[in-house]
Design a protein around this ligand. Sequence first.
Ligand SMILES: Cc1cc2nc3c(=O)[nH]c(=O)nc-3n(C[C@H](O)[C@H](O)[C@H](O)COP(=O)(O)O)c2cc1C
Length: 402
Amino acid sequence: MDRIQTLLEQPRTLPCGAILKNRLAKSAMSDSLGNGEANPTQAQIRLYQRWAQGGIGLSIIGEVQVDPRYPEKPGNLSLTKYSDKEALRQLTQRASITGAHIWPQLGHAGALSHAPISQAKGPSTLDVGTLHCEGMTIEEIENLPASYAKAASIAKEVGFTGVQIHAGHGFLLSQFLSPLFNLRDDKYGGSIENRCRIILAIIDAVRLAIGPHFPIGIKINASDLLEGGLTEDDALAHIRLLDKTSVDLIEISAGTYFPGAKSSSDNLSKGVYYKSFAKRAKNLTSIPLMVTGGVKSLSDACSLLQDKSADLVGLARAMVLNPDLANDWFAGTNQTLSFPRFDSPPAEGITAWYTMRINAIALDEEKDFSPTLTLALKQYLERDELKSIKWRTFFINPIKSN
Ligand SMILES: Cc1cc2nc3c(=O)[nH]c(=O)nc-3n(C[C@H](O)[C@H](O)[C@H](O)COP(=O)(O)O)c2cc1C
């Protein structure tokens, strides 16, 4: 009988010519393991080495900021003139030890910037529930392509093998795309073309900075999963626009990290989440697609490739539950896992639990990891508070931008 996992073992050449050694990718997860000054720690370096040793073809580091004034968390990395290039080189070397690609996810949290260390700014001024942010000026928007390009150049210089632009999950570029966050009436708001404009400018600037042979990926939402937010039809229009760019990989996800909103990483539904959207998207573009969300078994992963909904399979929580998952699936073992269910989880509780488990993997201690959700959340918040103090001391007094 044919081994179905052969499908996953096939290399994939990206449009820029770079080759991914197989079809399994660790999707971006903000690990909160930076040192509070946006540089890597030894634990973080060990974490990405472990994921590489687990057999994946591509590993993406979540939330690597292009501007330290707007981070998602105080444990983020950032690629700016303040970066410790030696530590980043160590990270990229160890994270690619098995020939895995290692890409930073270039981020800017915009309206969702971590409040204790930012003065949030998004496409438009908003004051909704706990969300307060100022709207960006035209000049601030037009400085964005240069920030992303600079971060991408540093990424290339320190040994990353590609970059992903984060335009999903309600962070800055996703806010530009979303009619809920973007209320502008100038050339950056209104029509879909206008809402996409800054992203297309960023892609062009990044390509110019890193040359034709270096992979550029982008993560977008199939839907914001919010009433009045971005719909699947809007997202298909984005795919049509992206198809005309030099992007090498489009990752499909959904959801918004907004208080009370649905996020993909809290979803416990059966099966792969955005497969039907991906099938529609596939008809609109020849750019390779990576589909992330809900993959819990070898057969889920293979089904995405078998019916040609995706070129790459993205895995987030599964890679936290089993960092050796790719090798296990290639060997045909541990074929199915289930995401843990928690009764009445508090806000951020599930993210905290997974983040603390990532921390345990980084310390080679995941076998002993068994905190309650409440304890994980407490540890997660305390750690963030300590890192916020460091971040404030390093970046805010005096104010440092990119
Ligand atoms: C702890 C944690 C942190 C995450 N951080 C990020 C992030 O930094 N960037 C991002 O694009 N997605 C992030 N995600 C979302 C995942 O990349 C993924 O889209 C989502 O979890 C659905 O995939 P899954 O079902 O395989 O977990 C995070 C998920 C988890 C569990």
